[in-house]
Write a protein that binds this ligand. Structure first.
Ligand SMILES: [Zn+2]
Length: 214
């Protein structure tokens, strides 16, 4: 769940902090970034003098194929904006959902941070058949059957796409810089998100130290 911590840091504009863990894995908490955002706010945020590197997207960069893709485009405002779409087909409870937002600490905290991890029942069954996640209950993670989440209720009608957007922010944070650009993603996951970061950084566009750290 390290991506949910990275998402919390990136979403709240934190690029310099120490996080200590006493286990082999980060705590999953409720499957969202909410607990980590609350911990950051409890610790307090501080402006620092060091400039933080910024990556301004200057050319359209696309990764993926027709089934799942991401495009990074030049910014339409000074900051990061995201349009994310998922599509689980017409028959299931998730269906197709989209979210669009200008990513900043307010929008991240209110719209994305509380959105939890989700799985389809088939995926949960497959994991359990391999002995994984046996201690995880339907209260710990959203497991969807065709009617909706099993023994749980949604925090937002479009909680799934909000969580995918949260994951996307966490994966972008692996680059170690702020992105200025418009990102449009369709059915992307961690692998494709990481590939986009790799391609962007390999293009060596303008990474500039512009803003102060927090
Ligand atoms: Zn996630």
């Amino acid at each position: 769940m390290v991506e949910h911590i990275l998402a919390a840091c990136a979403g709240m504009g934190v690029d310099n902090c120490e996080i200590w863990a006493d286990g082999a894995e980060m705590p999953g908490c409720d499957g969202s970034s909410l607990a980590f955002v609350e911990a950051l706010l409890q610790a307090g945020l501080q402006d620092q003098e060091a400039p933080r590197p910024q990556f301004v997207v200057e050319n359209v960069v696309r990764v993926g194929d027709d089934r799942a893709w991401i495009e990074a485009r030049p910014p339409d405002h000074f900051g990061l904006s995201l349009l994310y779409g998922l599509d689980y087909g017409p028959d299931g409870a998730i269906g197709s959902q989209t979210i669009e937002l200008a990513v900043n600490s307010d929008s991240f905290r209110c719209r994305l941070a509380p959105a939890r991890t989700f799985l389809l029942q088939e995926e949960a069954d497959w994991l359990r058949s391999r002995g994984l996640g046996k201690r995880v209950s339907y209260q710990d993670v959203l497991v969807f059957d065709r009617q909706g989440p099993i023994k749980n209720s949604l925090r937002f009608p479009d909680e799934c796409v909000r969580h995918k957007a949260l994951d996307f922010i966490g994966d972008l944070a692996l680059a170690g810089c702020d992105f200025v650009g418009r990102f449009v993603a369709y059915r992307s996951g961690h692998r494709l998100n990481a590939e986009l970061v790799r391609v962007l950084l390999s293009e060596q566009q303008s990474v500039q130290p512009l803003r102060k750290s927090a």
